[in-house]
Design a protein. Structure first.
Length: 343
């Protein structure tokens, strides 16, 4: 295990007012966030949002134009060598040496990470087991499938048990079975290492991460737990209801349960006379029980009532759309539309 610097109360990652410009393109624009020790954070954003750029700055691979980035309280710009010892980094399109064998490569990386010869042997066995690489340990990396190469990258990342892991799209190109393995692997490291993981696979992020940060066109547009983001970005709860009986007085009945409760959509009745209604409300509290009480009385009948959980996709789309709209609300700040941003 890598020993931590004295200021171990500092967050695992801290970014303040980070800016990165590539000539005329501002890839990262005044981004600030922190990742606590042991926390797993999903880093989301459309293509070209600035995720890889932020990660490269954090790992000391590239300098920022301005702003502050620190790992375990150490400034990345001022103490890059020490910071590198605290990090496991899996870059985008993780380049690996084609002609080395898996265990040979991991052994070499372990020595570079200053793991003693005595500890390295048992640790390699552990990591090969953890990443399900035992059966390919003697294979030449160049002959491995993409999924196995990804696992070699992840194995290298966790090898020295650093307190902070940064993985740029670790599951890109993996089949669903391998995605599950990587998800379990990340979950098994929960609490032991802080992690920031970028991905476009939103259900995976939702299942693995404690918190999500969304950036769009270089700006941070939302952060929080998936539940907080649903509330803050979508701003409402939704219910789906299958109801038979008269329409008259229904709106008033719903308003009696919660004044902001509205009927958003009604489907035609089926053969049994049940219609599917979608209700929306600005109140995030659980309204299922009072709804059932008032609706199932009198001549109305309820066959089903479900609180709908919007997928993280909806939150992502709304947050990136809102970010774009906010940027364009400032006069003179003409930015390209989402989907038409610089590539
Ligand atoms: N070396 C570079 N030189 C010039 N511009 C760059 C360079 N690297 C990235 N950019 C630009 O910076 C912006 C952010 O790119 P970045 O790779 O950080 O995005 P990303 O969020 O990782 O996207 P993706 O999801 O496609 O991986 C893009 O507009 C990109 O074209
Ligand atoms: Mg990227």
């Amino acid at each position: 295990m890598v020993s931590l610097p004295d200021n171990s109360a500092a967050p695992a990652i801290e970014v303040r007012d980070l800016v990165k410009s590539y000539g005329g393109v501002t890839a990262v624009s005044r981004v600030s966030f922190a990742v606590a020790r042991g926390e797993i954070v999903g880093f989301l954003g459309p293509n070209g949002a600035g995720k890889s750029t932020t990660m490269r700055i954090l790992t000391g691979c590239m300098p920022a134009t301005s702003g502050y980035a620190a790992v375990c309280g150490l400034s990345v710009a001022a103490r890059a060598d020490e910071v590198k010892r605290l990090l496991g980094y899996m870059p985008e399109n993780n380049p690996l040496p084609e002609d080395m064998r898996v265990s040979e490569y991991l052994h070499y990386r372990g020595r570079l990470k200053e793991i003693s010869r005595k500890k390295l042997g048992p640790r390699l066995d552990e990591v090969l087991e953890l990443c399900d690489l035992k059966r390919v340990r003697h294979r030449i990396i160049g002959t491995l499938s993409k999924g196995f190469r990804q696992r070699v990258g992840i194995a290298e990342c966790v090898l020295a048990e650093p307190p902070v892991i940064i993985m740029d799209e670790p599951t890109i190109g993996l089949d669903p079975h391998q995605i599950l393995i990587v998800r379990d692997l990340i979950a098994s490291l929960r609490g032991r290492m802080a992690m920031i993981i970028s991905s476009h696979i939103l259900p995976e992020i939702e299942m693995t991460c404690d918190r999500v940060i969304i950036i769009n066109q270089g700006r941070l547009v939302a952060q929080g737990t998936p539940a907080q983001l649903r509330r803050e970005v979508l701003g409402e709860a939704r219910y789906e209801l299958e109801l038979a009986g008269p329409d008259t007085g229904l709106a008033a009945l719903l308003a009696g349960v919660e004044p902001t409760l509205k009927i958003a959509a009604v489907a035609a009745p089926d053969a049994d006379g049940f219609r599917r209604l979608t209700l929306t409300t600005a109140n995030a509290a659980e309204l299922g029980e009072p709804l059932l009480r008032v609706l199932a009385s009198g001549s109305r009948r309820v066959r089903a009532l479900t609180r709908l959980r919007p997928a993280l996709e909806e939150v992502f789309l709304a947050a990136t759309r809102q970010g774009w709209e906010a940027a364009n609300a400032v006069p003179g700040n003409a930015r390209p539309r989402p989907g038409n941003e610089p590539v």
